[in-house]
Design a protein around this ligand. Structure first.
Ligand code: RNT
Ligand code: ZN
Length: 420
């Protein structure tokens, strides 16, 4: 589509929305301002750079599409490519396993910001913030699937120290980049079969987390979240940091709760939980993902649940209380395209939330006119949001329509396919 046509189509959409009381220009400027944190781990199948050659801890990447990024230069090149095709404000979400160790003998219990300086310089250069995650998986110091809840005191000490280091590193990121660094704690600890003792591991987990968070650091710079999970591969029967455990921890310790879309029973959805937990918590973190039959971490598509999730944030004015992070890893398609598709869909759903005829919906509801509410909800689905989206992409220089795909194919040919 040529530029003139995009603008013409946009102007007609703008008029249509105006008749419904929706300001499309305002919707665009709000939608592009919301930071979406892009997961670094989509680019290399969650392997990281600090020594592991296989992924464990109850998660798995499937597929063997060629062109996986294997080092800092390749991964940042891929991230930049994906970012250039994804409109709106972005952050990069880094895992501690992506350390570029200045001393090869240094282990995760001794990492400092020195081990991440190339990332900081890179982020600074791109003018984006960094979020962070301690990596409690893919490491020889794990005790089976256990880390912070291990019965082995030495093992626990190692992982507590890792968790503490990551808070300090996060403070450094926030200060150097002038943007808060959200830190997410996800621990895979759990059992394949039903344990005889479900309580003691949780007592140890709680104690370890309390030790990690004992130092009084400025949590406005490093909002810290605990991510719950229902089960992992090889930990199907019991997960220490379950929903009740993690939510309770966040509530009682003034932490954030991280809701991952794939970490609940298959008929549960995180969109239904946001306004409930925010009655009690100041802020939460989302891991926007897509479970297909299980916690499969499929690429985020533009489906009803994604829209409902973004609606919840926007309709309730939770923009400053909900941090949005993406969490999927797919190795069966071009990995950079996977990012672009997930990022574009997330932003498109945010835009569409701002384009909803919310006044009409809420007025109908307040009047008890549920007929009109349903009629408007259905009408909304076919309003010309695509025209507004195309215009947003044009303004942001992020590729209109599917033109990004051609650019991506070129990148695959010239860059990714040349990798060993
Ligand atoms: C695992 C959790 C966790 C990870 C990332 C890599 O089930 O969702 O968030 O996916 O930390
Ligand atoms: Zn997650």
């Amino acid at each position: 589509m040529n530029e003139d046509l995009i603008i013409k189509v946009y102007e007609s959409a703008r008029d249509q929305y105006r008749d419904l009381g929706v300001d499309t220009d305002a919707a665009i400027s709000r939608a592009v301002q919301i930071p979406v944190s892009m997961q670094c781990w989509q680019g290399d199948d969650v392997l990281g750079f600090d020594g592991s050659d296989s992924l464990n801890g109850g998660i798995a990447t499937t597929g063997n599409y060629p062109g996986r990024a294997v080092d800092f230069a390749q991964l940042t090149q891929d991230i930049e490519k994906a970012m250039s095709l994804s409109p709106g404000k972005l952050k990069l979400n880094l895992h501690a396993s992506y350390a570029l160790k200045t001393d090869p003998k240094r282990d995760r219990d001794a990492y400092t910001i020195e081990d991440f300086l190339p990332w900081v310089d890179w982020a600074d250069h791109l003018k984006i913030g960094l979020d962070f995650n301690p990596t409690f998986f893919s490491h020889p110091r794990m005790d089976g699937n256990f880390t912070l809840a291990s019965a082995d005191a030495d093992c626990r000490r190692f992982w507590v120290e890792h968790g503490r280091r990551c808070r300090e590193i996060g403070i450094g990121f926030a200060q150097k980049l002038g943007s808060p660094c959200v830190i997410n704690y996800w621990m895979p600890d759990g059992y394949k079969d039903q344990p005889a003792d479900t309580a003691r591991p949780r007592e140890r987990m709680l104690q370890s987390l309390d030790e990690i968070f004992a130092d009084k650091l400025d949590e406005r710079l490093i909002p810290c979240a605990i991510e719950s999970k229902l089960f992992g591969i090889g930990a199907e029967s019991y997960t220490v940091a379950s929903h009740e455990f993690s939510y309770g921890y966040a509530l009682s310790r003034h932490k954030l709760y991280c809701l991952d879309a794939g970490h609940f029973h298959p008929t549960e959805v995180i969109s239904a939980k946001i306004s409930a937990v925010l009655q009690y918590l100041d802020q939460i973190l989302l891991h926007v993902s897509r479970p297909v039959r299980w916690d499969s971490d499929h690429v985020v598509v533009y489906d009803d649940e994604l829209q409902r999730t973004m609606d919840e944030i926007v309709f309730n004015r939770y923009e400053n209380r909900v941090f949005i992070g993406l969490d999927f890893f797919d190795a069966s398609i071009n990995r950079v395209a996977a990012w672009v598709i997930g990022l574009r869909n997330s932003r498109k759903a945010l835009l569409n939330a701002y384009l909803a005829p919310l006044d009409k919906l809420r007025q109908a509801e307040a009047a008890g006119d549920f007929t009109s509410r349903l009629a408007w909800q259905e009408e909304r689905k076919n309003l010309p949001a695509q025209a507004v989206w195309d215009y947003l992409c044009l303004q942001e220089g992020a590729g209109v329509g599917i033109s990004w795909l051609e650019e991506l194919k070129r990148y695959e040919r010239l860059v990714q396919s040349k990798r060993a």
